[in-house]
Every structure is written in C-alpha cells, then in structure tokens.
Design a protein around this ligand. Structure first.
Ligand SMILES: [Zn+2]
Length: 225
C-alpha cells in the first residue's frame, strides 16, 4: 500500500473496513483490475475485473460531496496560491494545501462521515454482503493513489475534473493579475503584497460560504477538545 501524505489521511477510513477485503482490494488495484470509470453526476461507475476469470463486477462509488458548483472557488484558491498549483504539477502534495483542505473539511480529505457514506451508498454486483467489498475498495484505492501523485485529481471524488479546474485557474489568475494592474500595484514586489501573500486564514474571514454551502467555514477553534 502506498502511503504518501494524502493516502495517510485515508488511514482512519481504511482502518474501519474489513482487513481481508482491504488486502484483496489492494491486490486488485495494484494489478490494474479497475477499469472503465465513468462519472454519472452522483458518483463513479467502474468495472473491476477478476483475475483468471471472465467475470467482472460493476461497482458504483458515491461522490464524497458535491463541489461541482464550486469549481471556481477552488480555482480561486489555486490562483491565490501558485505554490499549491506548482506542487500539483510536480506531482506532490503541498503540506499547507492538505492542511487547508483538511481544516476546512473540504471533503476531498475524508471526514468523520466519509466511511459511513461509502458504506451506506456504494454498490457492487458481487455476492459480498459487506457494501465495502474488495471491488468497491479497489475503486476507492485507485482514486486515492491517483490523487497521491496528482493532487487535483482528488477533486474528481467531489465532481470536479482536473482539466476543468486548470482551465478555471487560468481564468482566475488572469482576473487577479488584471485586478493588481488596475489598482496600480504592479510595482509592489510579489513577496510583500502579491498573490503569495494570501493565506488560508484570510480565506476563513473573507469567505461567506463554504464549498458545501454552510454559512461559515469550520475552523479548528470551533471543535472543542
Ligand atoms: Zn464487490
């Protein structure tokens, strides 16, 4: 099992699933048995092949949350933080990006409800009574591993495709550059007042609406020890 910073965030979820199913799922995902993933608006349909037989199972994995209407918000974060974008292109997770997503409960990072949601909604055509069968888990692992080496791919699980996101980032970056130019701040050095100055903490105060539509972002201080 690959354990990068992103996959590590999934460990509490995977700790709740049947160990033998997880082992079987790991084998399936590593052998490339997960095929034909198709987004249907509510989740992902996939085919998981079974080695040595002609049989394949049809899996359906629910989206973890619906961010489809918030793609531009996500793009704006990335336009504000080119270092996060650079990390994506480098194929690695920026620790502060991961922390930002986690702190604000952006559901590309699993929350306490994730395991229950997957268990309640996932389906598979195999005979296994446990909804988190090896095939469902194999599809989930394929997504997690993909996102480990391509951070923005994690947003697939909430309904935003990487290409779409990158197009929007380009637009938002242009808007920001235009705004900086219009206010005559082009002479301000990047380091002191440019795009890099934006911090996730600032977003806490500025953003009226969380991606899920809640009124305020959830911040750590609200969670009682
Ligand atoms: Zn199954």
């Amino acid at each position: 099992m690959k354990r990068g910073p992103y996959a590590s965030r999934w460990e509490p979820v995977l700790a709740e699933v049947d160990k033998s199913h997880l082992r079987a799922a790991t084998r399936l995902a590593m052998s490339g048995a997960v095929r034909a993933r198709v987004w249907d608006g509510d989740g992902w349909r996939a085919v998981v092949e079974r080695s040595g037989t002609r049989r394949a199972f049809d899996v359906w994995l629910p989206k973890l949350a619906d961010y489809a209407g918030h793609a531009r918000d996500v793009a704006r974060w990335l336009a504000m933080r080119p270092d996060w974008l650079a990390a994506h292109y480098a194929g690695e997770w920026d620790e502060s990006f991961l922390e930002f997503l986690s702190t604000h409960q952006v559901e590309v990072v699993p929350t306490r409800e994730t395991a229950a949601r997957l268990r309640a909604l996932s389906t598979c055509t195999c005979e296994e009574a446990d909804p988190l069968c090896p095939h469902v888990l194999a599809v989930l692992l394929a997504f997690i591993w993909e996102a480990e080496g391509s951070p923005l791919a994690a947003f697939r699980m909430v309904g935003i495709e990487v290409e779409q996101l990158l197009d929007l980032v380009q637009e938002e970056t242009a808007v920001l550059a235009g705004a900086a130019g219009a206010s005559g701040r082009t002479d301000v050095p990047e380091a002191s007042g440019g795009l890099w100055a934006w911090s996730p903490e600032e977003w806490c105060e500025d953003a009226a609406v969380r991606p899920l539509g809640r009124i305020r972002p959830v911040v750590r201080s609200e969670i009682r020890p």
